[in-house]
Write a protein that binds this ligand. Sequence first.
Ligand SMILES: NC(=O)c1ccc[n+]([C@@H]2O[C@H](COP(=O)([O-])OP(=O)(O)OC[C@H]3O[C@@H](n4cnc5c(N)ncnc54)[C@H](O)[C@@H]3O)[C@@H](O)[C@H]2O)c1
Length: 397
Amino acid sequence: MILLVTGGAGFIGSNFVKHRLQTTDDKMIILDSLTYAGVLDNLKEYLNDSNLLIPKTQDDLLSVTKQIGERLSYAVPDGSAELKRLTSKLEGFNPNYVESDLYDMVKDILKKDKVVFVVANIIDSKTDQALMRLSDVVVHFAAESHVDRSIFDADAFIKTNVYGTYTLLEAAKNVSNLKKFIHISTDEVYGHAIGKSFKEADPLNPRNPYSSAKAAVDRMAYAYHQTYGIPIVIARPSNNFGSNQYPEKLIPVMTIKALKNEPLPVYGDGRQERDWLYVEDTARAIDLLIKSGKIGEAYNIAGNNERENISIVRKILEITGRSEKLIDHVKDRPGHDVRYSIDDSKIKDLGWVQDRDFDKQFEYTVNWYIQNQNWWEKILNKDQEYKAFMKAWYEER
Ligand SMILES: NC(=O)c1ccc[n+]([C@@H]2O[C@H](COP(=O)([O-])OP(=O)(O)OC[C@H]3O[C@@H](n4cnc5c(N)ncnc54)[C@H](O)[C@@H]3O)[C@@H](O)[C@H]2O)c1
């Protein structure tokens, strides 16, 4: 089977790609524009001089980045900072230029290799269509994924999550070979869960710009199934944790700050609850949806591990051997959802079994960041915009 995986250099996408390559005979076409959150190192063991494809000209490369960050107040407005960052992300790799027709090139590479990585933006409909014509299944992860950034500036969230997904769905209308299009949504589309766990048929009531953009395209994907017969299956996973998560989300941020003996910024009283799902379980649940997910249906993927943020932070301090005195309660995130909770009986009816021990996976994850300091230090040292965002966001708090 050939899979087209968008956002495959990100946290969940790269874990999914590795899981699939280790457990199946699939071939993978990865489509990723390498925003700040895309990290080629996540997949470096699978990349070589011929299967990492980038546009040939500077202008084309700039067009990969131009949608993102151009309006962000902490970024350089003409997109040149993005281009610089993209170029620096390719350091240490020897990419191959797209010289001829992309479809033919990818087809040729897949004759001898299991992976092709195409540096491109999902907003480019020609690329989407060329790659979809070669694929049996699409797994669409690519998104702007950080709620805090969406509160700061939602522009890139509309461009990628809404317009980018729409562009992919349009491309799917023009191909006849797709067996499934797995759209990765989120448990956040339901809004916060006060006194209940949401089922798939419950109304969507998103409460921040990120989750509202995700909710819009969750329903857009459904509409493309109803209207045009696109073989959509929607996955709504809870909060993922695991290795290779960009160091702006709760677990990596707090672990890194603890290791550096810096204050750990906890929003408000820290009593907000999240349902934690191990990233490899997400990958296994997506396997199941590829195999048995019913077309036109949405499926919750729960972790069944609801924890208050403050208890996650305390656990990190315990594992890293740091004092709770490092906890710094800061101004809460506006519109902060107090609890996420979903009911996963529907996917269980497909045969889903999630039997991992949360404490063990959590400890493994924190230790991964302790042992892979090079991975996150490279990001922290190189990414000027990351520093600018963290400064701008936390200065306000
Ligand atoms: N992380 C979670 O806890 C979680 C939970 C539920 C659902 N989700 C969803 O899962 C998906 C993956 O999340 P993640 O945490 O791995 O995200 P991430 O931010 O780590 O990775 C996103 C990836 O998408 C790529 N990308 C962004 N814009 C793009 C564009 N316009 N064209 C091509 N590639 C682009 C980035 O370069 C990056 O590699 C997202 O759709 C997110 O909404 C995430």
